[in-house]
Design a protein around this ligand. Sequence first.
Ligand code: PLP
Length: 442
Amino acid sequence: PQVLDYFEQKCKTSKALAERAKEVIPGGVQHNLAFNYPFAIAAAKVDGAYMWDEDGNRYIDFLQAGGPTILGSNYQPVRQKVHEIVESCGPVTGLLHEYEIKLAEIIRKYMPGIEMFRMLGSGTEAVMGAIRLARAHTGKKWVIKVGGDYHGWSDQMVYGMRVPGTGRREAHGIPKGSTAYTQEVFPNELGSLRRKLMLNKIRGGTAAVIVEPLGPESGTRPVTPEYNREVRKLCDEFGALLIFDEVVTGFRVGMGGGQGYFNVKPDITVFGKAITGGYPMAGGIGGRKEIMMTLAGGIGGKGGKRAFVGGTLSANPLSCVAGYYAIEEMARTGAPVLAGRAGDRLTAGLKEIMNRLGLPYVVYNMGSIVHLQTSAVLLMSMRNPIKLMREADARKHLMEEMGAAYLSRGILTLAGSRIYTSMADTDDVIDDALNRFEDVFK
Ligand code: PLP
């Protein structure tokens, strides 16, 4: 009741907007993981570590837009460059622009596996393009993904997707044919991957294995450090390309992304989010020249093959300038390291509070990505799926309630269970957050 009172009394404008939104926007929010319980909160302003809602309440912003803003929200030096380019070029020209080259060059400088780079409109598009590229380049058709990994919302990748934390099927409207060559394996389970690769060998071959380097859902189910190395070896053994989906990890877990962190070179890397510092049209594919030239078709593709990708607004000057300066600033300031330290401090503090209060909660982090589990662990009773579903729904509701409780004490999280820290999270911000979390837990 205390939490619900907060929303009734302090978030009147948000409540009115949330009601209006429900009339014209399915579900009332556009982002799948947007805060929506007891109703959506409307943002009026973001800056650095903070978000202010339409009623003027201030929150420590651990959502950070879902991950792209490693420098902190609305970072002034990048915003300045975006203003300048909009003055000279507007948002789009449809022509080559120097900043496209500068962005590709700076990505190549920091990411070990990148020789060439092609910009696209979103992480989803980049995954679609990477898979098409792998198929065109290898002439093989099967694609293996890890169960629970999120690679955007294309037919072939949301196949089998479940509502986070519930196990209930979420993605309908996908005909069997469009997922006919997608396979799933369990994370950390190399035996099943090998078996699938062997089976595929005699029926057309595996074009690619795609993984999130930290494990499904940015490490919600973490993989062991050896896992990526072993997957790399298996791909080499079977002639499949290894695709790293670095939409979240790219620049967040270090300037070299997950590939630098684990010292594993993928053949193709998929980017999104931080690639434009959070500005629109954030997606791209990078990789070895020999593979990437397949995007250019007859000019250089193996056997004259071309993997076709497109996008009217992709690689527009605004996105490229924002991406170039965001990456340059991240390198200059050491933002991934600073954001990671904030994540470490927050995690250590939360652990201490949980232990002191005797709470059976779980918290762990990979640098600036913090996973916070405060709801019952799912009993994976496959023999009794109805029971499983009931427990799962209860768990999802608990996550929402915890998210609302955090918000009522001035902390914005992603779905009550994930936190992205940024360079703006100084020790003072983290210590303030810890006091607020303790208040909620109590
Ligand atoms: N891949 C991963 C690992 C992601 O986390 C996401 C989005 O959260 C995507 C792909 C899809 O990117 P976008 O939302 O830009 O389409």
